[in-house]
Design a protein around this ligand. Structure first.
Ligand code: PNS
Length: 171
């Protein structure tokens, strides 16, 4: 059972397929700013992810196992409804480059319309991760390139395991 949270709660929503070091960087920054950061993995039956929701939860929990104010959860439906249910005041999103800005601004303003009390905080990851995305990680790995240093070691290991069973991941 999850203990009753108190203080300022931030939700960091996303697909995280897979978790990258860019995500890890944002989670760490969020954890230092807020009392609790909830990494909220979207359950989207329309998407065909590489890692199942359960695998993504497992990985993220394992990576942040030692951090008491990082929680990993899943959600479906509207993010604002989930945030309200979790009594969160803030949505955290990472902003890597200006190309992210339009999409993030649209989401932030739509979420503000749907939930005026929720504030979106856009955080910049370390500059070394500004080019990094889950999509590129999967593509590079599938084509036999190294993703070392771009994802947590556990994700690298899980990708390697998958390469044995997912033909499109064989390099
Ligand atoms: O990692 P992603 O794929 O960029 O994350 C997108 C996510 C999960 C944050 C976004 O799709 C989302 O919030 N979906 C939930 C449905 C919703 O609330 N849609 C309206 C948002 S403006």
């Amino acid at each position: 059972m999850v203990s009753k949270p108190s203080g300022r709660i931030a939700i960091y929503p996303g697909t995280f397929d897979p978790l990258t070091n860019g995500h890890v960087d944002i989670i760490q920054r969020g954890a230092s700013l807020f009392d609790r950061i909830v990494v909220a993995i979207l359950v989207n039956p329309e998407k065909k992810p590489l890692f199942s929701v359960a695998e993504r939860v497992d990985i993220t929990r394992a990576v942040f196992g030692g951090e008491s104010n990082v929680e990993v959860d899943t959600f479906d439906g509207l993010l604002v409804d989930y945030a309200k249910q979790r009594k969160a005041q803030v949505i955290v999103r990472g902003l890597r480059a200006i190309s992210d800005f339009e999409y993030e601004m649209q989401m932030a303003l739509m979420n503000r319309r749907l939930g005026p009390k929720l504030e979106t905080v856009l955080m910049m990851p370390s500059e070394s991760y500004t080019y990094l995305s889950s999509r590129l990680v999967k593509e590079v790995f599938a084509l036999g390139g190294s993703v070392n240093g771009l994802v947590p070691n556990l994700v690298e290991a899980r990708l390697a395991e998958k390469s044995g069973i997912v033909p499109s991941l064989q390099g």
